[in-house]
Every structure is written in C-alpha cells, then in structure tokens.
Design a binder for this molecule. Sequence first.
Ligand SMILES: C=CC1=C(C)c2cc3[nH]c(cc4nc(cc5[nH]c(cc1n2)c(C)c5CCC(=O)O)C(CCC(=O)O)=C4C)c(C)c3C=C
Ligand SMILES: [Fe+2]
Ligand SMILES: [Fe+2]
Length: 354
Amino acid sequence: MLTSPRPAADATAIGPLPSGHPPVKPKRVGVLLVNLGTPDGTDFKPMRRYLREFLSDKRVIEWPRAAWYPILYGIVLNTRPKKSGHAYEQIWNRERNESPLRTFTRSQGEKLAKRMAGEADVVIDWGMRYGSPSIAERVEALRERGCERILCFPLYPQYSASTTATVNDKFFEHLTSLRWMPAVRTVPAYHDEPVYIEALARSIETHLASLPFEPERVIASYHGIPQSYFRKGDPYHCHCQKTSRLVEERLGWEKGRFMTTFQSRFGPEEWLQPYTDKTVEALAKQGIKRIAVLNPGFVSDCLETLEEIAGEAGDIFREHGGEHFSHIPCLNDSEGGMDVIEHMVRRELGGWIG
Ligand SMILES: C=CC1=C(C)c2cc3[nH]c(cc4nc(cc5[nH]c(cc1n2)c(C)c5CCC(=O)O)C(CCC(=O)O)=C4C)c(C)c3C=C
Ligand SMILES: [Fe+2]
Ligand SMILES: [Fe+2]
C-alpha cells in the first residue's frame, strides 16, 4: 500500500459516534494498477495453480467448458507447468524470488505513488488478475484505508476482452460481495494517446542509438488473440494497428522499415497474423541481417517478451541467417513509461482530485 504523505482528513469531523458504530475512516481515493498475473514460483505446483486459474478464465479460452476442461485437466495442466516453469526460470528475478512482471508492477506502483504525492489522500496500490496479490485483496486493503472511490487501471494499452475486460470483471465481481460499495471507475484503452505514442517512439530512438548496428527492420510484436475473437468484435487488432501506424508516423521512417506482427499462439486455432516467429524467419531467409523487436502491447517485460522474443525469436533469426537481433525493452518503470501511467491516472481521476 503506497500513500501520499499528506495527513488524512479528520475522521472525527462528524462529531461523537454512537456506541457500537463502526469506526469512521478518512475519505480517500484509491488507484489500483492491475496486470495479468504471474506464478508464485517456478516449481510444478505454483505453476499449475497459476495456469489453472488463468486458463479456466472464459474470457481467455472461450471454448465451451465441456470441450475445454478435458483438455485443460487431462493434458495442459499435466504438461505445461513443467515447460512453463523452465521458461520462467530463465527470466526469474532471483533477488526478490518473483517474476519480472511482478517486480515491474510493484515498481510502477511505488513510482506512481511518489508522482502523486502532492495529491491529498490518494492511495496507490497494485494487483494481479491471476495469482497474487489478488484484486479482491487489494480492493479490501484500499477500503481499509478509507477509499470510498476506486479507479481500476487494467495495464493494457490496447483493449481486449481477454485482458482488459477480465480485469474489470474480477474487480466488479468483488464489489458484488460488498455492503458498502465504493464509487468506481476503470481506465480505458490508451493505444492512441499521444503521451504513449511519444514514449514508445522515444524508447525506440534511444535504444537504436545505443546499438552498434542499424536495424534494417524494426518489428512491433503484439500478443496475439484467436482470429475468432476478432471476428466476434474484439477491437484489439484495430487498436494494435493504430498504435503501430501512429508510432510509424511519429518516427517518420521510409515505408516498410517498421512492421507489425503477433506472437504467442496457443492452441489449434488461427491467431492474428502475421506471426512474429514466421516473420523473423522469413526476414532472415530474405537476407535481412539486422533487426530489432519491441512489444508495445506489454506495459512490463515478462515471459512473453524476455523469453519468447528476446530469447526464442532472436534464436530463430540467427538460425536462419540473421546476424544482429536486439530486443527493445518495454516501457516498464522508465520515466517515459511512468509519464504514460501518470497521465492516464490523472486524466481518469478528473473531478475526484484537485
Ligand atoms: C487463448 C489464450 C490466450 C489469450 C487469448 C491471451 C491473450 C493475451 N495475453 C496477454 C498478455 C500476457 N499473456 C501472458 C502469458 C500467457 N498467455 C497465454 C494465453 C493467452 N493469452 C498463456 C497460455 C500464457 C502463459 C504462458 C505460460 O506460462 O506457459 C503473459 C505473461 C505473464 C508473465 O508472468 O510473464 C502476458 C503479459 C495479452 C496482452 C493478451 C491479449 C491481448
Ligand atoms: Fe497471454
Ligand atoms: Fe483491424
């Protein structure tokens, strides 16, 4: 729990309380940053617990339960925890014994609290859709501090039902259990916000300037979703394309140097294309020797960016004749990244603060 240093409002301002009255708390405004989630450890048990919660979510896997559960419980949860645990081991933050996603999310919360320190009675907290700290736990912690208004911020620049909506679902689900429900708001997608586009463009320029080579192609690789979700009306694909178009316009490069792809296929369906791994392979085969890849859809580096892109995609590129591969880090808790988070929070708190 991260609080601005201003003293709390005077809780006794309403006068003496009748006996048996529950304690009166100072009125505060809470901000809850929520990212996807992460296992508590890389061993089979915590991995299975996390994957079970994640892959049981109907917003993530939309197949009928009667078809999906036999596969989930019969195959996926017996095989994937070991494989994923091994992948997480490659990127695990051993100092804190946690995944990078949790480390970055915590740091974003702490840095946001410092940036909001001038605001009276604003409390910043963070949680995860799957695993810990849970949304319910952190909403309760905010209410304990007197937050009668809560802004829930799903940390996804591009909206998808499989990410943004499921965070909001879980948030609202907890509210249904409360007698005294806080007033709530949720932060919308910000795929085309100028502050976000500028932060991405600058992170690309800064990173490229630090490289000993000049990439012939720079690829914006987004997490994919099944094409069927897109056909049912999920705006995610359009949000990704718009982010890429705006970044490309801002960079002002020659046409064709900046590309957009989709990574992390899961299951037998067709996912959004072009696929990142296939594109990287094709570029290497075409004789392209130098590329850089960024992940604009991820607010923090995580398994999908550090292992799948910085690791695997780099290997694929080199195996097929590429020579220089560089991963451009996510905005994480950088100044530019924090500018984006602070901008969105201040805008969405309009009328609640200041
Ligand atoms: C049908 C399956 C999946 C959909 C749809 C999906 C959408 C989606 N996911 C992210 C962001 C992240 N996904 C992460 C891991 C991950 N995603 C899926 C499946 C779907 N994702 C799986 C099976 C996994 C786990 C991989 C494993 O452990 O084996 C992560 C990484 C979490 C971490 O701790 O590092 C993120 C982040 C987005 C943005 C998205 C749709 C827009
Ligand atoms: Fe995912
Ligand atoms: Fe589209």
